[in-house]
Design a protein around this ligand. Structure first.
Ligand code: AMP
Length: 321
């Protein structure tokens, strides 16, 4: 795996592959790579001829300057992890490469970017995500770009902008990788002190309880949400939001019809956690999807070797992504 730092070098490195008709996959990350990122990398490796990992802590998507300053950066470790996972190229630009002095453009997605994460973190967050993702897609020109389903609203925002701006790329959402107790992997989890770590599965428990309520025949969205909130309260966690939304628009649903996403955010011990789950109404008719939901990739299942040798150096992350 080689590392490039400029858009010109990235394009030059990819040109022979592009001319030869090889498929290019892009995995955008902010580094501090964990098994969740490696799941994206594995998906790209399985489907594409050339796998590019980008490593850029995007200042524009942080809503807290202190978070940005403290965000863990260990390029050498991330480069080794990405190489071990089979990446071909690491794109690690300096901030000035993506945002030169005269930079004056913001990609701002309306609608889907506005509620929930957009409301709680402020509009600048998804503006920052949309702008950097647009730039990365233009720089790398991948056939496929991989994003984590854990950040479901981010995926929906990216799908919206790719459609609206006619960017020729396929967006793949990769299933969330979890700890054995259901907590979605995140670089933020390292900041949870032991007592808070025990409460953190509350966000996942809310989603499980919401599905259980549906399975038990509940059809009122408010009652399904109440079941989720009760599960969280049992672990002494108050949600920032817990909602049932349309997975494309992220508008709240008025009835349990069609595809529905349960989304949740909570701050536990100062660490902000988010998660989501597609709610299934007739599990028998969705057997394939259910198998995926019931048996999601677990931390360590198959991705562990690439990380094991670096575990002693795994950084503590304040979050922000
Ligand atoms: P980040 O470095 O936090 O910006 O994340 C880079 C990508 O990894 C994003 O598309 C995230 O959604 C994805 N990701 C983060 N955590 C997980 C996880 N636990 N499972 C799957 N994908 C994840």
């Amino acid at each position: 795996m080689s590392t490039v730092r400029t858009i010109a070098a990235l394009r030059e490195a990819l040109l022979p592959s592009r001319r030869a008709g090889r498929t290019i996959g892009l995995v955008p990350t902010m580094g501090s790579l964990h098994d969740g990122h490696l799941s994206l990398l594995a998906a790209a490796r399985a489907a594409c001829d050339i796998v590019v990992v980008s490593l850029f802590v995007n200042p524009r998507q942080f809503d807290d300057a202190a978070d940005l300053a403290a965000y863990p950066r260990d390029e050498a470790r991330d480069a080794q992890v990405a190489a071990d996972a089979g990446a071909d190229l690491l794109f690690a630009p300096a901030a000035g490469e993506l945002y030169p002095a005269a930079f004056a453009t913001t990609v701002s997605v309306r609608g889907v970017a506005e509620p929930l994460e957009g409301a709680h973190r402020g509009a600048a967050h998804f503006d920052g995500v949309a702008t950097v993702v647009t730039k990365l897609l233009n720089a790398a020109g991948p056939d496929v770009a991989y994003f984590g389903a854990k950040d479901a609203q981010q995926v929906a925002v990216v799908r919206r902008l790719v459609t609206d701006l006619a960017i020729p790329v396929r967006i793949e959402a990769v299933a969330t990788v979890r700890e054995s107790d259901g907590l979605a992997l995140s670089s933020r989890n390292a900041r949870l002190v032991p007592g808070d770590r025990q409460r953190a599965p509350a966000v996942h428990a809310a989603l499980t309880a919401a599905q259980a309520a549906v399975d038990a025949g509940e059809r009122e969205p408010a009652a399904v949400v109440a079941a989720g909130r009760a599960a969280m309260a049992g672990l002494d966690v108050e949600p920032e939001y817990l909602a049932l939304v349309d997975p494309t628009t992220f508008a709240p649903v008025a009835a349990l019809e069609g595809e529905i996403l349960a989304v949740v955010a909570a701050t536990v011990g100062g660490v902000r956690l988010i998660d989501n789950r597609t709610l299934k109404r007739e599990s028998m008719t969705h057997a394939a999807n259910d198998a995926q939901e019931q048996d999601p990739p677990r931390h360590g299942d198959r991705l562990r070797p690439a990380l094991r040798r670096f575990d002693h150096r795994r950084p503590r992350a304040p979050g922000g992504g």
